[in-house]
Design a protein around this ligand. Structure first.
Ligand SMILES: *Cc1c(COP(=O)(O)O)cnc(C)c1O
Length: 398
């Protein structure tokens, strides 16, 4: 077996230099724990970036993967398949959506949403409206279209020209939104809690105000639930907390607990924008990933993981506020929804992150100053308490 230095050298030699990787290699995972090449254990408070919501190497998922693959893996969307229809039925039953389109990633799900919005306007509403309005600080993916939608210039630097027809407005400013929506607007697309932006929940009255504006102006209201969806924020979908009713919303990260999968969900009306041939994917909706995603949904519902995320996440926020109070001037804010948690530091973030890694805790540092926690939804309260103690020790030394 390779040691870390050898693996690092091989990786740099053969893999495109697009990732600033963490200084460790992971060999194995089980439950909420991952293990490096030497077998050192880490508490995984990141879950593969909100993907492995049911934990690593989950026996029920392994069982579904093997059973389904023995039966059928992939034959393409040229055929009817029970697994896809089952999953679509289950997914729509969790929400106000009526129809699903399956793909392979979050960016692809958002691409499908953008394409559906434009095509709906032209072929159903009969208007040449194509513009998509998004928010500053948003993140919607890395394809050319979703880069154009993403409200953070850093991601699109040196990739111009980007596709036209996207406009970004300041988040939280209803007047700016009201002014931006015009005759060319097809849809507004937003995250209920901005994830990559640094775990920033948008205010309920702002979200309800944007939805109302969309209704008044006859534009589609679309929510990106790629990170927030599937129980993460304490409700099955984050938009359900404030009773939003998006025409279109997207999901991906945790949908198949680590197998690549995305979904775009739409109301019956919005879905009229697509017809045979208007959109497609070769890999999307294979029987294998659909069966796994159906199992994920069953487990989430059976184990009431939304309620669990709400309860455990609220307790974690209380705990982090105690740490904040014990170390004046070190933590600027504790925020989040459910198990999507942000601890914004008032001291430099990197040394804190380094020290936590040293103590065996895996999490993300957003914007250089926000400790972002996206643990598996099955995380034990005691594990979060251990993290709270470690954070307290680390902050005492800063
Ligand atoms: C991760 C993310 C995406 C992009 O998903 P990919 O699977 O990386 O393409 C889009 N939107 C949000 C909110 C995300 O968190």
């Amino acid at each position: 077996m390779m040691n870390f230095a050898e693996l690092k050298a091989k990786d740099s030699k053969y893999i495109c230099n697009t990732y600033g990787r963490y200084p460790l290699a992971i060999a194995r995972g089980e439950g909420c724990r991952i293990y490096d090449l030497e077998g050192r254990e880490y508490l995984d408070l990141l879950a593969g970036i909100a993907v492995v919501n049911l934990g690593h190497a989950r026996p029920e998922i392994l069982e579904t993967i093997t059973e389904q693959y023995k039966k059928l893996g992939h034959v393409s969307n040229l055929f009817y398949q029970e697994e896809g229809a089952d999953l679509a039925q289950r997914l729509t039953a969790t929400s106000g959506a009526d129809k699903a389109f399956f793909c392979n990633s979050g960016a692809e799900a958002n691409e499908a949403a953008i394409k559906l919005a434009r095509r709906y306007m032209r072929t159903v509403a009969g208007r040449d409206a194509y513009e998509i309005i998004t928010l500053e600080g948003s993140f919607h993916g890395r394809t050319m279209g979703t880069l154009a939608a993403t409200g953070q210039a850093v991601f699109s630097q040196h990739f111009q020209p980007l596709p036209e027809g996207f406009r970004t407005v300041p988040s939280g400013d209803l007047d700016a939104m009201a002014e931006a929506i015009g005759p060319k607007t097809a849809a507004v697309l937003l995250e209920v809690v901005q994830g990559e932006g640094g775990v920033l929940p948008l205010a309920d009255d702002y979200l309800l105000g944007v939805e109302k504006l969309c209704r008044e102006r006859d534009v589609l209201f679309m929510v990106d639930e790629v990170q927030t969806g599937l129980c993460r924020t304490g409700t099955f979908w984050a938009h359900q907390r404030m009773n939003l009713a998006p025409d279109i919303f997207t999901a991906a990260k945790p949908l198949a607990n680590g197998l690549p999968m995305g979904a775009m969900l739409a109301t019956e009306e919005a879905a009229r924008g697509f017809e045979p041939g208007s959109h497609a994917t070769t890999f999307g909706a294979s029987a294998l990933v659909c069966a796994v995603a159906s199992r994920v949904l069953q487990i989430m519902q059976r184990d009431e993981l939304a309620e669990r995320a709400e309860k455990v996440g609220n307790a974690a926020q209380d705990l982090f506020r105690q740490v904040q109070a014990a170390h004046p001037g070190k933590i600027a804010e504790v925020r989040g929804r459910g198990l999507m948690l942000g601890i914004e530091l008032a001291v430099p973030g990197q040394p804190v992150w380094d020290a936590l890694l040293d103590k065996g805790f895996i999490l993300n540092l957003a914007k250089g100053k926000v400790l972002r926690l996206l643990p598996p939804l099955v995380i034990e309260q005691a594990d979060l308490e251990r993290f709270g103690e470690a954070l307290s020790d680390v902050l005492a030394a800063q």
